[in-house]
Design a protein around this ligand. Sequence first.
Ligand code: NAD
Length: 519
Amino acid sequence: MLTEYRNEPFTDFSNGDNQKAFTHALDVVKKKLGKDHPLVVGGERLAIEAEDWLVSTNPSEPKQVIGRYAKATQAQAERAMKVACEAFENWKRVPAVDRARYLFRAAAIMRRRKHEFSAFMVLEIGKSWAEADADTAEAIDFMEFYGREMVRLSAPQPLTANPGEENELHYIPLGVGIVIPPWNFPLAILVGMTTASIVAGNTVVLKPSSETPGIAWEFFALMEEVGLPPGVLNFLPGAGSSIGDFLITHPKTRYIAFTGSKEVGLRINELAAKPQTGQMWIKRVVAEMGGKDSIIVDNCANLDEAADGVVASAFGFGGQKCSACSRAIIHKDIYDEMVKKIKERTEKLVIGDPTDRKHYMGPVASKSQYKTVLEYIDIGKSEGKLVCGGNAIKNKNEGFFIEPTVIQDISPTARIAQEEIFGPVLALIKADGWRHALEIANNTEFGLTGAVYSNNRRNLEQARHEFYVGNLYINRKCTGALVGVHPFGGFNMSGTDSKAGGRDYLLLFTQAKSVAERY
Ligand code: NAD
């Protein structure tokens, strides 16, 4: 009997034993860095002697190589498609309950080795201990949740009785899915999209992010360890521009599960829409994309709680969350006081190599992110008044550290108020009143997360209906969605609102078949 689904608890790092265990995990992971990793297609290791490698490095110390990961060629991508198609013929017949068992087993092993998975992300992408721990907890949650969801969907579905007929509805799998995750939740989102696909009976070609192939490999190895049949999950790192387009336009691709930027998501949507010779279906695209998320602070809000929420949402993992607050829209009556409170809190944040637990914020993820964020800071300085931060942080290891930066008096239509920066940059916008604040909150092309701090019931009710985002939070921060508790996904250019971690999610990876038999 399955136990009731529960969220994986976060680790209490104030506890000395947990600190020791995490330090030990960092040591264990460091010992396995620097190795070469092949592609894996149908259980077979390919490209062991690859000519072209993705070299994953530590953003806190870019000279440290996490590992080299073979880059697939188009011929290898073609092979992966063929193998995934063949594997689908058997996998789709495996009972849903048995498919779910692979997820539960993987969740159990990941739970036992959770600090190792988290420590890997501290080194590969610069997450703090707490952020990495939350990422791993979310990955475990996805497996536990989707396993149970598939068991639910495979049970007899309620239908209206029609005398003289026996009626059934089954959720059957789609076929071969291409899974394309981002680097910012390199474990949780990858695991979520991949295991939802697999448990629903599909087979997968997984193309991990080029920034984080290492943690993707760790997960792939775990699925091999739990005995997932060869070919159900194929590990295929490579360049988006070569194998990405190839896989998306392949006639045997049945669907694409993507999480990443608006630009890449729209391109995938466009490429997938065009039928190819020999293609038998309309490809499905599940695309979760960028955000430009706002927190409104009303004049009657608890200002200390609001300032805590704004700063945590803006600078947790250096603002590199799709849900991060990048705009605080503040009522004019309390604007100056809020600016002061946000400044005080931001200046207290401790930045540095996240292998050291005392560092709240690590580096930005890569050299290209570093360059982009610094450019946006310059744009922001010309669009408003710098409150704090605003500089790169020099360091001996040449890590990509940037000060958490707050810029005030930003116009609602300024570039840093409209474009996704994806870094530690927060724009403060003054609103003339509540209605104006809500208008500003809805003035971007995105619609992912948002929050409101207010004690005015009428305003809160209005926000419930008129703040147009997929995930709205009231009197709390706008990051930290929990699987099963806050199904996650955005409106407008933020994506197809797939609601990861919700009861509707697996329906995106299945099709419903109704069978009626007349007696
Ligand atoms: P990205 O769009 O650059 O890359 C995402 C993935 O797409 C990566 O695996 C990348 O290798 C791949 N890719 C790039 N070009 C491709 C192509 N031509 N064909 C196929 N694949 C291609 O995004 P990123 O920088 O990895 O992640 C950050 C973005 O993700 C931000 O915009 C953030 O808001 C968004 N995001 C959204 C959510 C959400 O749930 N809405 C969650 C996390 C991140």
